[in-house]
Structures are given as C-alpha cells and as structure tokens.
Design a protein around this ligand. Sequence first.
Ligand code: SF4
Ligand code: SF4
Length: 323
Amino acid sequence: MLTPIRLFHGGVMVNYRCNAACRHCLYSCSPTRQAGYMDADTARKVAALLVKGCANSVHIGGGEPFLNFDGLLAVSHELHHAGIQIDYIETNAFWAQDKNAEAMLKSMRKKDIHTLCISIDPFHAEYVPYSLPLKLAELCRENGMDYFLWKESFLSSLTRMDSKTSHTRQEIEQSLSKNYIAETAQLYGISLGGRAVNIEEEYTPLHPAEELLDEKPCRNLTNTGHFHVDLQEFFIPPQCTGIRLPLTEVVEGLDEEKYPVFSTLYHQGIAALFALAKQQGFIAAGSGYPSACNLCFHIRAFLADKGFPELDTDHYRESLKYY
Ligand code: SF4
Ligand code: SF4
C-alpha cells in the first residue's frame, strides 16, 4: 500500500474532446474523443480531494475547455467554492470569433476567472488559424482579462503564413522550415508522450529494445509537480500519460496490488515491465525505439488491451491517429 501522496501543482482536465488533434498533444485529444465533460458533482468531488491532497491552486485544461462554456463555469464555481484558486484556463482560441466571445470574457471576469493561457505555435496552426489566438488576446486586453500566449516566441515565424486559415504539414514545411516539427518540439521542450510519440519516432535514432531496458524505479509516476485530474476523477502523472489512477486512492492511499503495470514500473522500472509484457505475448519491434519512455508507451499500448485497470485504452488508440 502506498501512503497518501501530497499534491503540489496540477490541472483539471474537463474533457478529452477537442476541435484540434495537435501532433504534440500529450493527452491525445481530438474531435473523435468521447464527448463527455466534467459535471458539477464530479467537480465538487475532485475539488474536495484536491483540498485533501493539499493542492490550493490548479489550472483548467482539456481537451478544449470552451467546447462547453456553461460546463466550464460550473467546474470553475465548484473549485472556487472549495477554496481552490484557478491559475489560468487553457484554450486554443477557436471561439474567438464567436459573437458571444466578449460576453463570455465578461462573465468569466465576474466569476473571478482572471487569466487565459492561449495556445499559439506551428502545431496548433495546423488546426486553428493563428489569427484566432491573436483575436482572443485583443479581446482579453479590451475586457480586463489577463492572458499569456503559449508561446509568443513562435509568433515571428508564424507571420510568414496566412493568419486566416489553418495550414497542412506540407504548407508549413514550405513556409517555415522542412524541419519545423523537430524544431518546434525542441523549442517547446515538449514531453514526448501521447501523440508526440510519433514525433520522437520520426526524428530520433532507434535502438533495439534490449539496449533501453533500465532497472531504475520510475518514481515520476507519483510526481505531483504537474499532475492532471480528468473528468472521470483519475490522477494522471506528468509525462507518463496513458497511466491513470483513481484520485481518491492517490490522496488516501493506493492499493498497488490492483495496479500491476504501475507497481512494476514504480518499483522495478522498464526492464521488469518488458519481462511482464513478454509473458503476455509482447514482441518488441525489430526496427527499435527512440527511448526507454517510447518503449514503455508501446508496451503499455499492448497491455492496455489485456484489461489492466490503470491503462487508458482510448489514450493509446488515439495517440497513434492523425499523424
Ligand atoms: S494540444 Fe490542446 S488544442 Fe491541441 S489537441 Fe491537445 S488539447 Fe487540443
Ligand atoms: S519509462 Fe514509462 S513510467 Fe518510466 S518515466 Fe518513462 S514513460 Fe514514465
């Protein structure tokens, strides 16, 4: 039994559905993910658990939180009611041209929501014309909402493309750089999990699985420096997405025996998980893997179909789509 884990800083993921399917999305969100959205009852329970775990502030993300504005306000209300500060809400700004956008900002300000994190970069520009994050930033300035563009440093290169439309990979390769995917990933310093496993596989030399096996315990699994909680009340560790644990158990004490994949990685690392997967029929790819974490992803993707409760089957299926 793991002792209760103290929560530091994290995010509340209100949905997995998104109007975009960015190639670097750590949570593999997309238009085809389940349409569910965190309801007020769940938000109340999550807020109580966050308080119990000593987290006093969170950001809100998804998916795209603004796909259900009333739902977003309801979740925000429950967090505030529990005394949890909302540091910022993430958005890709798809709604900036909505006729109600200004009214939405005003009603958020009235409810003490003070900051938006607005995504802008070449990966988002494949789905959202970059005029929209700029438009939303302008509306924020006019309506007293703080914001930051994540990341503003991409703006100078984006201005080489038409801001009014989204762009294909081929168009961006022609306008920015043949290597914009690798360069953007490097400038961001992104985690190469979720859909970004494809980026790492395309741009990094591959090694045989046996060369990547490490017996070091994966203690990142209980790191709560940038954890997330999803709409089904699961705790998701930073970076190792696709693994999820009930938030209640994380906060109150985790019965590890119920979660063999988690427990194996946590105590014995990727080498032991590889051995466990081989017993289940896993065969390593002859072409190899770019890193131990990438191998871990593919082992878990294989094991997800075997019914391990800590593995999110949808995550693995969606990670390998849209690339
Ligand atoms: S990175 Fe953000 S905008 Fe892009 S698919 Fe993921 S949740 Fe949606
Ligand atoms: S090997 Fe797996 S569990 Fe360990 S840090 Fe990498 S992704 Fe996370």
